[in-house]
Design a protein around this ligand. Structure first.
Ligand code: NI
Ligand code: MN
Length: 227
């Protein structure tokens, strides 16, 4: 069965697999590049990588309206529950959780995680999904780290890596990440949202094509690929 991955700008993504719609880091209403608003989407799962406002985004609004189950770390789930989010699964780094759509592991990310109101947001993370026989890795906000080689050893069908620089790794380190992750397909994220993280994704994709055997695709917000 195929899995459809759609970019909604910044680090906001959907994964469609059969009847399941997963929404990652739902930064929509305040995003300058999102092609839709929080009211326009009805996921049954929401995944939040860390506490920053450009990732927690519209989680509370969407979860309350749809009853979606939110998967994040323990601290963020506790914070969401205090705001009336009913269904949460709070784990921590290294842990897998099993769901109707498949399985997901919380992977390390070198970043920070303060929540919008200043609350402690636990450790930031990425996501490794096993869905419909495919392995999909979303690095989310992180620096380059050499244990990406261990994640790459899982035989990734898709990797999503930040290239924006300043808040996360930039194009050079993201190229090294692709070498270590060795995914079949790779997508850049977390760039172009605001001037400080402007990048040339086509130039980066050309380097990926020249120096790795991974296939890069530069999506525009709203566009999808099939894995
Ligand atoms: Ni962040
Ligand atoms: Mn961010």
């Amino acid at each position: 069965m195929s899995v459809v991955v759609t970019w909604l700008g910044h680090n906001c993504w959907t994964i469609r697999s059969g009847e399941h719609l997963l929404l990652i880091d739902p930064f929509l209403n305040d995003s300058p590049t999102a092609p839709l608003k929080a009211k326009d989407i009805a996921p049954n799962f929401i995944l939040v990588s860390h506490g920053h406002g450009d990732h927690v985004g519209d989680t509370v609004e969407i979860a309350k309206r749809t009853g979606a189950k939110v998967i994040s770390n323990y601290e963020i789930c506790t914070w969401l529950a205090a705001q009336g989010v009913e269904h949460t699964v709070g784990g921590n780094l290294g842990g897998w959780s099993r769901h109707a759509f498949g399985d997901v592991q919380s992977t390390p990310a070198f970043h920070s995680s303060q929540l919008p109101d200043g609350s402690y947001g636990g450790n930031p993370g990425g996501f490794l999904f096993s869905i419909a026989g495919k392995m999909l890795y979303f690095a989310c906000d992180t620096a380059l780290f050499s244990d990406m080689q261990l994640i790459g050893a899982r035989q990734l069908d898709l990797a999503v890596v930040p290239i924006g620089d300043l808040f996360t790794m930039g194009p050079d380190d993201a190229l090294q990440a692709v070498k270590w992750l060795a995914p079949k397909q790779v997508l850049p994220a977390h760039y172009g949202t605001w001037p400080p993280i402007a990048q040339n994704p086509e130039q980066w994709a050309a380097r990926v094509r020249a120096e790795t055997s991974s296939v890069p695709t530069v999506l525009r917000p709203g566009e999808s690929i099939t894995v």
